[in-house]
Structures are given as structure tokens and as C-alpha cells.
Ligand binder design. Structure first.
Ligand code: NOJ
Ligand code: CA
Length: 579
């Protein structure tokens, strides 16, 4: 291979998580073992062989702590226990040890910005007087105006409406207000309070001691508030509800949050140092759109080990933006010896099959709105599936770790037509339906083509699933794809297995190949050449690859030679077949 341009190296790849394939389990929707229509830990345990076959190194479980589920677990009532609908600590321990037998590690999800209004400390704060130590753990303030009936400032909540909620005192009269960056059911913790700091230190250690190997850390960009809680500058009326709060400089990317992350890094690395054989780590959720310098403020050697490289997930379907989303991230991180964490899907984003199937998928103007990308463009799901297959092969060929979201390996589309009465996402309700929210990527998985037990999500004869499945869901079922050449599931299995076995795909540098072609993305990882054609015409490869290379994996099952790359297709090429 010639014409190599820039070369990006990984840092020393000595930590398991730096090259891991991690599978995100949305616990509620993965597998239901006891037949109540809600996913649970026993269900996860029963499906470990499937996950081992897929070849993943770790599972990230969305919050499975006791919770009234107003934001499906991102409202935590007790950080030291398991949600009863999902199981208990004994079942959790069994799951962790069974997973380990399959070579799979477990990551949990920690929510430090806010808890649930059912948390004991919040209930104690409501029962206590203004100015009490109990209220000091949160942000309680008097309202403005003569009777205190106006919120303490003009901040907006991320999920719509004001960021303050007024309490009713024991005698029935209106009292103080408390800060809630997301919903009233999720009061913000005050990290200036030593009790809160200590509580989370204990929590992290508690789960590490149970065998958890890391945490995904929720919403780190909003933890930390400007002293004095001043009013935010006005935001133009046409900004979408869920973007309004993110424009508030007094609650977003605040320096105060970084004190917490530095403390945690010492705690986490200290744990690994004190426990030979364990390597625990943290990965943060922070959307830093096209600002690699902000990404670096969170991912560095003093704070988080990794931060999701969301620019890749949010890149439009064109070579310029895709390449830039990869290149800017790698360029920022690799000189520091830091390793990216790539992803294409999660429980907050429209599923890739639908996203890339939109008629305007190539247009940057249509990729607005952080992770909640919805447009009115017509959607071609066959095209979207074809592109999702191709981009998955880019994801799995990039230097760093790859985070999958349950169901992407089945090619699930976003379910867009969930009836209003079945919707559960607070975003839908708090924006009065102006934003349909995230229920469509959280529909329970189809395991069997047969309809019984919600396509195998639950045992036969069980209660209906907590969220209805669409009528044609069986076509995506795992059993319909298992062993079927050309299925999405077999493509993921094959690509992950090649990645596992091929050292170049784990540790090798990324070298862009200089090609002057408007629809071709081309790079090398060691001896593997990775090509993606995002255009609607085939690309002739003569002059780009030499004749001795062979197709190792192709997103289009018909593509077996390295002479022409069909539209919306990716291939991995090598001189030797790593299998
Ligand atoms: C980000 C999580 O991914 C999302 O699901 C949740 O609603 C918010 N943070 C609030 O915790
Ligand atoms: Ca269940």
C-alpha cells in the first residue's frame, strides 16, 4: 500500500478497555426471565452465551439501582442496591461471576448529577427546614418575587420547562424551590457538600468490591454550577427545548465539576493499584460537538480514562464529515497517549438504521440537536440497513474501544410510531410532544421469530412487554439471523472475531490513504486496509489497492473481490486472512 499520509498511533495498549468491544445493555429491554414484561438481571445471565458468541469483552448496564423509573433508572433512589424489578444483590453477584466465566466484564452506570426524589436523603431534605444540613445536600433556594412564587433564577431544564421545582411544606403551604437539571423527579446533588462527596466514594468502592470493572458516568457536562446561581443569558425562541438548557454557561462545562472527576480518578486508579489483577476505569458521557479541546478537558490522565467520541456517531453520511469526526478525535487524543471510545448508537439516540436511511443523511444541516436527531425527511430502511452495516465495519476498525448498543447487531430500526399512550420518555411529556423522545430505541429485543412471549423477550405466556413491539419485529429476531450468511448478526460476529484475532486492528496505527475520490473513505490499520464508499455509484479500486489483497470482511455479502466497491459498502482487505 502506498500514498499513506498522516499516521496516528495508539498509546501503549496495555489496558483491556483500550481495545474492548463493549455491549450496552438497556436492562429493561434486553431479556425478561420472570415473565413480568420487564427485562432483568436473570434475563441477562441467561443470554450470556449469546453475548460470548458475539465476542464482546464487557457489558455496560444502564442503571439497575432501585428507582421509581421516571427516567428509567437515571433517577436513582438507592445507589447501594438493585432495582427489585430487575433482581437483587445475590442475582447481581451470580451474573457478574457467570459473565466472568464467559470472559465478559461488567460495567455499571453511575449518575452523579442528580438522584431520585425517592432517595432517602432527598426525602429527609423535604422534611427538614430551610438552611438545614439535610437541605444542604441539594440546591434548595427561596423563590423570587414578594411571595417567592417565581423560580430562584431563569434556568431551563434539559427535558423542558424550568429547572426549579417548588416544594409544598408539611403545613400545606408552598415552600422553597430545588434545582432539577432534568426533571422534578431528579433533584440535583450539591457537590459542595462533603456528605455527597463521601457517599459517591463509598458507592464506587462498593461495586468494585462486588466485581464491577468500571463505570459509565452520566451527564458529566452539567455537574458543577456557577457560584451564586446567576441568571443565564437569553436563548432565542427557536432553539429546541432539549438544547435550551445546554446553552446555559452557568450549568454546562463548569470548572467546579472537574474537582470531582480528579478525585474519582485517584480513587479508581488507587483501587486498581491496590487490587492486583484488577484494572478498573471510567468512561464519561459528555457531548462536546466538534470541540476536541473540550473532550480533552474530560478525557485526560487526571480525570476520565475515556469519554465517548460522539462526533463520529453524529457525523453526516459524507466523506468529509466522517473523516473529520474521526481525525479530529484521534489527533486530539493520541499525542497525549489517550485512546478514543467510538460508538454509533445508545439509548438516547435515534438508531443508526433509521438515521442513515434518511433522505438527507448526507446533509450536515439535518444533523442538529445533539444526540436526538429527528427530521421529517423520508426514510428508506433498506438503504439505512446497508449503511449501518458499512459504518459498523468502520466503527470496529477504528483505533480504540467500540461501544455497541443492544439490538444494533440485529439491525433494529428506530420505532417511530409508538402511540402517545404507550410512550414513557419524560422528554415526550415535558415538551408536550414537541420532541418524541427516546422510547423508539428502547423497545424490547426480539429473540425469536415466533411471537410468543414478545418474540422471546419474555417466557411464553408472559405479561405484555413494558413497551409494545411493532408487528413486524420478528423479522429482526436473533434466531432468524443466527447462522444465516449475510445477516446483520453474522456480520457483527465475523467483524468482531476478526478484530479480536488481528493484532493490527487492536493496536495498530491509523493511516489515512490519500485518495482523491469524493465518496471514498480509506485508511489502514497495519496490514488491514479499510474502505468505505458512501456514494450511490460503485468505486473502481484499481490504482487504490493492489491485486494481492483479499476481502476479509465485506458489509455487502455479494462483495467478494477487491476490484469494485459497491455503493454504501465497506470492506476490510488484507494480504493474509486472519482467520
Ligand atoms: C444521560 C442519559 O444517557 C439519559 O438517558 C438520561 O435521561 C440523562 N442523562 C439524565 O440522567
Ligand atoms: Ca422481569
Amino acid at each position: 500500500m502506498t500514498n499513506a499520509t498522516d499516521q496516528h498511533h495508539l498509546g501503549s495498549t496495555t489496558h483491556w478497555w483500550e481495545t474492548a468491544v463493549v455491549y450496552q445493555v438497556y436492562v429493561r429491554s434486553f431479556a425478561d426471565a420472570n415473565g413480568d414484561g420487564i427485562g432483568d438481571l436473570a434475563g441477562i445471565t441467561s443470554r450470556l452465551p449469546y453475548l460470548a458468541d458475539l465476542g464482546v469483552d464487557a457489558l455496560w448496564l444502564t442503571p439497575c439501582f432501585p428507582s421509581p423509573q421516571h427516567d428509567h433508572g437515571y433517577d436513582v433512589a438507592d445507589y447501594f442496591d438493585i432495582e427489585p424489578a430487575y433482581g437483587d444483590l445475590a442475582i447481581f453477584d451470580t451474573m457478574v461471576s457467570r459473565a466472568r466465566e464467559h470472559g465478559i466484564r461488567i460495567l455499571m452506570d453511575v449518575v452523579p448529577n442528580h438522584c431520585s426524589w425517592d432517595h432517602e436523603w432527598f426525602k429527609a431534605a423535604l422534611a427538614a427546614a430551610p438552611g438545614s444540613p439535610e437541605r444542604e445536600r441539594f440546591y434548595f433556594r427561596d423563590g423570587r418575587g414578594a411571595d417567592g412564587s417565581e423560580p430562584p433564577n431563569n434556568w431551563q431544564a434539559v427535558f423542558g420547562g424550568p429547572a426549579w421545582h417548588r416544594v409544598v411544606d408539611a403545613d400545606g403551604t408552598p415552600g422553597q424551590w430545588y434545582l432539577q437539571t432534568f426533571t422534578p423527579q431528579q433533584p440535583d446533588w450539591n457537590w459542595g457538600c462533603a456528605d455527597v462527596v463521601d457517599y459517591f466514594d463509598r458507592m464506587i468502592t462498593f461495586w468494585f468490591d462486588r466485581g464491577v470493572d468500571g463505570f459509565r458516568v452520566d451527564a458529566v457536562a452539567v455537574l458543577g454550577k456557577a457560584p451564586g446561581l446567576p441568571d443565564a443569558p437569553p436563548v432565542p425562541d427557536d432553539v429546541r427545548p432539549t438544547d435550551r438548557a445546554l446553552r446555559n454557561p452557568h450549568t454546562h462545562f463548569r470548572p467546579e465539576g472537574h474537582d470531582v472527576w480528579r478525585r474519582w480518578r485517584k480513587l479508581v486508579d488507587g483501587y486498581s493499584a491496590e487490587h492486583p489483577g484488577r484494572e478498573v476505569f471510567t468512561i464519561a458521557e459528555a457531548y462536546t460537538p466538534r470541540q476536541p479541546e473540550v473532550l480533552l478537558q474530560f478525557q485526560n490522565h487526571e480525570e476520565f480514562h475515556q469519554v465517548f467520541a460522539f462526533d463520529f456517531m453524529l457525523a453526516p453520511w459524507n466523506v468529509h464529515d466522517l473523516r473529520e469526526s474521526i481525525d479530529a478525535t484521534v489527533r486530539a487524543l493520541s499525542p497525549e497517549g489517550l485512546v478514543p471510545a467510538w460508538t454509533l448508537n445508545n439509548h438516547d439516540a435515534q438508531r443508526a438504521v433509521t438515521r442513515y436511511g434518511r433522505a438527507d443523511a448526507h446533509d450536515p444541516a439535518s444533523w442538529t440537536g445533539n444526540n436526538l436527531v429527528y427530521t421529517d425527511a423520508p426514510i428508506d430502511l433498506d438503504l439505512g440497513a446497508r449503511r449501518a452495516r458499512a459504518i459498523a465495519m468502520i466503527l470496529l476498525a477504528l483505533p480504540g474501544s467500540a461501544y455497541l448498543y443492544q439490538g444494533e447487531e440485529l439491525g433494529l430500526p428506530e420505532v417511530l410510531d409508538i402511540p402517545a399512550e404507550a410512550r414513557q420518555d419524560p422528554i415526550f411529556f415535558r415538551t408536550n410532544g414537541a420532541e418524541i423522545g427516546r422510547d423508539g430505541c428502547r423497545v424490547p429485543l426480539p429473540w425469536t421469530t415466533a411471537e410468543d412471549g414478545a418474540h422471546g423477550f419474555s417466557p411464553i405466556g408472559s405479561a405484555a412487554p413494558w413497551m409494545p413491539q411493532p408487528s413486524a419485529w420478528g423479522q429482526y429476531a436473533a434466531d432468524a439471523q443466527d447462522g444465516v450468511d449475510g445477516s446483520m448478526l453474522e456480520l457483527y460476529r465475523r467483524a468482531i472475531s476478526v478484530r479480536r484475532r488481528h493484532g493490527d486492528l487492536r493496536g495498530g496505527a491509523l493511516r489515512w490513504i490519500a485518495v482523491e475520490h469524493p465518496t471514498l473513505l480509506a485508511f489502514e490499520r497495519g496490514e488491514i486496509t479499510v474502505l468505505l464508499n458512501v456514494g450511490s455509484d460503485p468505486v473502481e479500486l484499481s490504482g487504490i489497492v493492489d491485486g494481492t489483497t483479499r476481502v476479509v470482511v465485506a458489509s455487502d455479502p455479494e462483495t467478494s473481490s477487491a476490484s469494485v466497491l459497491p455503493p454504501d459498502t465497506a470492506i476490510w482487505l488484507a494480504r493474509t486472512d486472519p482467520t
